[in-house]
Design a protein around this ligand. Structure first.
Ligand SMILES: [Ca+2]
Ligand SMILES: [Ca+2]
Length: 246
């Protein structure tokens, strides 16, 4: 995933506003056109208009993929509804439709109620990552329910450049009181009611930093779960945006 290129094509229908994101991959990715929940259009390259027209009329249409020869539309970008294979082409665009007011922040992606941004190459310590997310008006992502955790993993499988090897700081910590974990949106220590750790974690141990405390949560795609790692190393991280109550 490179970046969100622009927001365009407001669609005000059925009392709801929608926004299309243009997302460009380096290496997309061809579609499995016979997936049952997917609509395929035999339009010429670059002609997304007919896809958009179709989507305007179809409540379930949330994604358009403009590929080498064709334009595809589908209900939602899940691994159940489409499949990617690697390609060297840059001529593919993915347009995502989502409610405007939920995730109207540049660079953020909306996926099943989660508004998130992946920081892959701009690595930071946990504390600096937390600050970066807050500067963007958000926070390190909080995975405080099974739905939120699984949805985020699914989103990263779809949008992360390293869907099976990536590892990212998230908003979990036991800084200040060993083994009392909390999410960054919670004030009191030890207040987390849901955290999905992997294996023997949390064990206050980071194999790359023996002798140091491990006080910061890292979501490891390889495990679909969190480990506790050393906070002062630099890693990629995930921010989320939560709409403020006005
Ligand atoms: Ca710890
Ligand atoms: Ca650990």
């Amino acid at each position: 995933m490179q970046h969100v290129e622009l927001n365009a094509a407001m669609d005000i229908a059925n009392g709801r506003e929608w926004l299309y994101y243009v997302v460009q991959w380096d290496h997309l990715l061809s579609l499995e056109p016979n997936s049952p929940q997917q609509f395929m259009f035999g339009t010429t390259k670059g002609d997304t208009n007919s896809c958009f027209e179709f989507c305007y009329f179809t409540e379930q249409c949330n994604m358009i993929i403009e590929s080498e020869c064709c334009c595809y539309a589908s209900d939602f970008p899940t691994t159940d509804t489409y499949y990617f294979t690697m390609s060297s082409s840059n001529q593919n665009k993915v347009w995502l439709k989502r409610p405007v007011h939920v995730c109207d922040v540049p660079g953020f992606i909306y996926y099943k109620e989660v508004c998130f941004k992946i920081f892959e190459e701009n690595t930071k310590t946990w504390g600096d990552a937390k600050q970066e997310c807050e500067l963007l008006g958000g926070r390190l992502i909080v995975l405080n329910s099974e739905y939120k955790h699984n949805t985020t993993v699914e989103a990263l499988q779809n949008f992360s450049p390293n869907p099976y090897t990536g590892q990212y700081f998230v908003g979990a910590t036991d800084i200040g009181s060993e083994a009392s974990w909390r999410w960054v949106d919670e004030q009191s220590i030890g207040s987390a009611t849901y955290m999905k750790f992997h294996g023997i974690n949390p064990n206050n141990y980071d194999m790359h930093y023996p002798g140091e405390d491990a006080n910061c949560g890292v979501l490891k795609m390889r495990h679909d779960g969190m480990v506790d790692d050393y906070c002062l190393q630099e890693k990629g991280f995930i921010c989320e945006y939560v709409k403020r109550q006005s």
